[in-house]
Design a protein around this ligand. Structure first.
Ligand SMILES: Nc1ncnc2c1ncn2[C@@H]1O[C@H](COP(=O)(O)OP(=O)(O)OP(=O)(O)O)[C@@H](O)[C@H]1O
Ligand SMILES: [Mg+2]
Length: 258
């Protein structure tokens, strides 16, 4: 185990880590996020599901300020999102993000990918950063690939490197936006298993995914979005066995029966 989990256990065990209040956002005429209220507790795993275009990715992107919002507020660990500069770089380190596409630096080795941010943003010593990178690469099962370049790895391996890279920054929360949907089926589980372990280790996670098995086994709460709104939220067992809204019933019947 790395000190990522230790840092986690040292942190206050209770309290709200991510708080969105009455968040609204438009893309031109499209009201993409509508009156979003969402509070995520420290250590909580929230799975966000909903139809294509419902605003799930936009929601994720507002939380590390890849997108700005028009009104409302977003706070991480009690602090409003910073607008720019070093503060923003630090926020992006505090809020680790893993996207559908494996956006590793193509011209850097795997080890460099996981070391760079630690040195640049967290001002870590290079040796220390490399040691930590190797430990994290081992933890996600790609330690042997450290000196290769991203293109030499499978999609599942690259995605696990992306997770290690985010973890190297000791994030307070991890956002995953469909991290397995671009992967070949045989690689999906190796990424989900890393995420499961992370959840068990107590990482606060917001996960957009169509992997309902993951939602059932790892999530504390399922948030269902449609047309820019949070339509329903519930514990996974309750949501999957007894969705209340027609939108959720309709969505579940489509994804569970094909
Ligand atoms: N940069 C942008 N400019 C204009 N419209 C955008 C932009 N990004 C997203 N949209 C629109 O906002 C809506 C929500 O998009 P978003 O990507 O958040 O949905 P999603 O729930 O993640 O969908 P999917 O399941 O397909 O990933 C869509 O109608 C999309 O076309
Ligand atoms: Mg999306």
């Amino acid at each position: 185990m790395t000190d990522v989990t230790v840092a986690k256990e040292d942190a206050a065990p209770v309290g709200d880590l991510v708080v969105l209040k009455d968040v609204n956002k438009h893309f031109g005429a499209l009201h993409v996020l509508q009156d979003i209220d969402l509070t995520i507790a420290r250590g909580e795993v929230v799975v966000v599901i909903g139809p294509s275009g419902s605003g799930k990715s936009t929601l994720c992107r507002t939380i590390n300020r890849l997108e700005t919002i028009d009104s409302g507020s977003i706070a991480i660990d009690g602090k409003p999102l910073p607008a720019e500069g070093k503060e923003l770089a630090r926020l992006r380190a505090d809020v680790g993000m893993v996207f559908q596409s494996f956006n590793l630096f193509a011209h850097k080795t795997i080890l460099e990918n996981v070391t760079l941010g630690q040195v640049k943003v967290r001002k870590a010593d290079k040796k220390v950063a490399e040691e930590k990178a190797r430990a994290l690469l081992d933890r996600v099962g790609v330690g042997a690939q450290a000196d290769k370049y991203p293109a030499q790895l499978s999609g599942g391996q690259q995605q696990r490197v992306a997770i290690a890279r985010a973890l190297a920054m000791e994030p307070k929360v991890m956002l995953f936006d469909e991290p397995t949907s671009a992967l070949d089926p045989e690689m999906i589980n190796e990424v989900l298993e890393v995420m499961q372990q992370l959840a068990r280790d107590g990482m606060t996670m917001i996960v957009v995914t169509h992997e309902m098995g993951f939602a059932r086994s790892a999530a504390n709460r399922v948030v269902f979005m449609a047309d820019g709104r949070i339509v329903e939220e519930a514990a996974p067992e309750q949501f999957f066995s007894n969705p209340r809204s027609d939108r959720a019933k309709d969505f579940l019947s489509k994804i569970l029966h094909h």
